[in-house]
Design a protein around this ligand. Structure first.
Ligand code: IFM
Length: 730
């Protein structure tokens, strides 16, 4: 398979998308696939995981480090740089086997042609380090000035986040430190450069930049190359300081770029050895799927014991760099099956942010744990009350994502239970997971309503996965997930070992009684006479307009479809899989006919306005034995970041970035959908429904500390035990 994606021309309109598509990352930082000469208008970013800042009443968002890759050239005194200078030729590439970005751009000057080439990566073996090689070649004797250093004037959506930026040079290393506005956190970036040719070097400093000016005259056709190594650390990295940064840079410089690249590639190969999915018979699907896996591997917090992944990965500040249900419901399975330590870190983040969830519940007058819809550190809910801006008035529009998407706490419980089942590791439950499950059950219990007549419990005034219909009653998905939470809590509390651990703190028997009663009596809409499950009370009475009709009612292309006055609100058009998501999670509770009927009913009414939608349709189609119908939805998920067309705006809010939930959904569809893999009870089983053209799939998965090689062909499946999974957590 060809592990390279390429762009062979320069297109200014594509700058933002390319930044996402060609992203390199290592879980600690993400480097957007932008050119080295770009300034903040072109959205370059070294986006940092888990560190946030808020300026005034702007949205709190993650930090972009000072741009330590900033580099450009001047020839005979004139600057040549994209996007201002039209290139003669331009090519950029991402080797997604190894997370290496490269570009080659030629400019025509008055005296001849000059070409810059660069190659760079976010080191996988040392996540604080970045390496870059940058070269200049001319077909004439050019007087070149190569400027390279640190640009502190970074791209922000709600910044600027650095109140002060201080820079200096010490023993050939240049450094910039930014101090954040809200909490005075610091971000340090340091770089060192080695040049393989005679040149003059001077330091040039500006208000927000510190650069080296490297001047030389070229011989015709000779390539002049610098190697840059950089280190990034923040005040949150307790074991990092200046001394360590300098030491790391010295070692890296001594080793040289090629040696760093080799170590980096070796680490990637280790990851692929357990993560790659081979598909014999469908090259395009295999490439898209492994490209999706590349993105998941690039943002996996391998360096942290309790860190999660933002909805837009490490591609920038969209969605406030916050963690959504995307992690548990869409990304978690990939990590469970390939790197359980990362899966543990994702879930430990939730356990460790229980305090924030309990505060949120109190704020809204509930009990237990109501997790943040958009979670930042400590479980702080970054979701604004006004998450959309009205395109007509420019006014913030009241949305209820934060207040009413109750299903978020169920996603947390789902993640904890699934982690425990698939890994067999009880330590997460021991270290706070059990308490988290109980508090989430307490939360749902406090949401229950009972009518004077009848004996069932209802949940009113919610937003389900379909965000276009706000504040509805009895969303089927939310109610079924609440039932799952009650069942999970009751099951754990009835286990004598867990009971003994927690009975000092909780009235266990009373809780079991409550949760069992709630699970038995929560209202779950049944299929109607046509077999359709109503998404929420009253959905069936809404206008049955087609998606095109509804789209035709838009007065502005960026208008928001949902909310009180959105074009979809009074119609049956939904944003993303909702009932279908529920059926996908609990298929055994329904007749196969019902699964199929609901798929067929809801799909034409789903706008797929979220990248999370397609994979749920793909997976349910597999469960209905409809691989042909599943396939296009699978490809949509797998190529969410490869193709154009995804939404970049919600109202006036920029929502561009990478789509790790779609990437995780593509993985789940391939392995659990087409491959039919299940492993909940510790035994790996398959029930494959391979799409046309797929002769064979090969991959590895781990379950209960054992790694398996799985091969699924048209003739049957072979599951071979490969040995124990090396894990610190298990
Ligand atoms: O979590 C999703 C949500 O379901 C739809 N809007 C985007 C969010 C982040 O991906």
């Amino acid at each position: 398979m060809n592990w390279v994606i390429q762009e062979n021309k320069f297109c200014e309109e594509q700058i933002s998308r390319m930044g996402n598509r060609m992203l390199c990352g290592n879980g600690y930082l993400g480097i957007r696939g932008t050119q080295e000469e770009y300034r903040k208008e072109q959205m370059p970013a070294i986006n940092l995981a888990g560190i946030y800042d808020q300026v005034g009443s702007g949205w709190r968002e993650p930090l972009n480090a000072p741009n330590v890759l900033y580099t450009y050239i001047a020839v005979d005194g004139k600057k040549y740089a994209l996007p201002e200078t039209e290139p003669l030729k331009h090519r950029m590439e991402l080797d997604f086997r190894h997370g290496i970005f490269s570009r080659e751009t030629s400019f025509r000057t008055d005296r001849g042609i000059v070409t810059v080439r660069s190659e760079r990566f976010a080191c996988k073996d040392e996540v604080h380090r970045i390496a870059m090689r940058y070269s200049v070649t001319a077909d004439f004797h050019a007087e070149i000035e190569l400027y390279t250093g640190i640009d502190g004037d970074v791209w922000d959506i709600h910044g600027p986040h650095y109140d002060t930026l201080v820079s200096c040079e010490e023993q050939g290393v240049i450094r910039m430190q930014g101090v954040t506005h809200e909490k005075g956190d610091t971000v340090d970036v340091l770089e060192t450069v080695a040049a393989d040719f005679p040149c003059e070097q001077h330091l040039v400093t500006g208000e927000k930049e510190i650069l080296r000016r490297i001047a030389f005259v070229t011989e015709i056709g000779r390539s002049y190359c610098i190697e840059k190594t950089a280190v990034v650390f923040t005040s949150k990295d307790r074991d990092w300081d200046l001394q360590r940064a300098h030491g790391t840079l010295r070692e890296a410089k001594a080793a040289g770029y090629d040696a760093l690249k080799e170590m980096h590639c070796r680490k990637w190969e280790e990851k692929w050895a357990v993560s790659e999915v081979e598909i014999d018979g469908d090259e395009e699907a295999m490439k898209s799927l492994n490209y999706s896996i590349y993105h998941l591997l690039s943002i996996a917090p391998t360096h942290a014991a309790n860190m999660s992944i933002p909805a837009r990965g490490l591609s920038g500040q969209t969605y406030k760099g916050a963690v959504f249900w995307d992690t548990e419901m869409f990304m978690l399975d990939f990590f469970l099956f390939t790197d359980p330590d990362v899966a543990r870190s994702l879930m430990k983040y939730r356990v460790d942010t229980l305090g924030g969830a309990m505060e949120k519940a109190v704020f809204y007058g509930y009990e237990g744990a109501f997790y943040a819809w958009e979670s930042q550190e400590g479980g702080f809910d970054a979701c604004s009350d006004y998450n959309v801006t009205d395109v007509f008035t420019g006014r913030p529009q009241r949305t209820y994502f934060k207040d009413k998407q109750y299903h978020i706490s169920a996603a947390v419980v789902y993640g904890i239970m699934r982690y425990t089942q698939i890994t067999g590791d009880q330590s997460l439950l021991q270290e706070g997971g059990l308490k988290t499950v109980i508090e989430c059950a307490n939360f749902y219990y406090s949401l229950l309503l009972k009518r004077a007549v009848g004996d069932c419990y209802e949940i009113w005034d919610v937003i389900g996965p379909d965000e276009y219909h706000e504040r509805v009653n009895n969303n089927a998905y939310t109610n079924r997930m609440a039932k799952f939470v009650f069942q999970s809590a009751a099951e754990l509390l009835k286990n004598p070992e867990w009971k003994a651990r927690i009975e000092q703190e909780y009235p266990v028997d009373e809780l079991v009684r409550r949760f069992e009663d709630a699970a038995a009596h929560i209202y779950l809409p049944k299929p109607d006479k046509d077999g359709i499950i109503e998404q929420f009370d009253g959905y069936s009475h809404l206008e049955d307009a087609s998606i095109d009709e509804v789209r035709g009612r838009l007065l502005h292309e960026k208008e928001y479809w949902g909310g009180a006055y959105g074009v979809a609100a009074e119609t049956k058009v939904i944003k993303q899989a909702d009932v279908v998501t529920m059926l996908n999670l609990f298929p055994e509770e329904y007749e196969p006919e019902i699964l199929k009927k609901n798929w067929e009913y809801y799909e034409p009414r789903t706008e797929h306005g979220s990248s999370l939608s397609s994979c749920m349709y793909a997976m349910l189609a597999c469960k209905c034995n409809m691989p042909r119908k599943a396939y296009p939805f699978f490809m949509n998920s797998a190529s969410a970041d490869l193709k154009d067309g995804g939404r970049e705006w919600a109202g006036l809010v920029y929502i561009g970035g990478t789509h790790p939930a779609a990437a995780g959904g593509a993985y789940m569809t391939a392995i659990e959908g087409f491959g039919g893999v299940s492993a909940q009870d510790g035994t790996v089983r398959t029930a494959a429904v391979l799409p046309e053209g797929w002769n064979r799939m090969k991959f590895h998965i781990c379950c209960r500390n054992i790694r398996y090689a799985v091969e699924i062909g048209r003739q049957g499946t072979n599951i071979m035990e490969e040995g124990n999974v090396h894990s610190d957590a298990l």
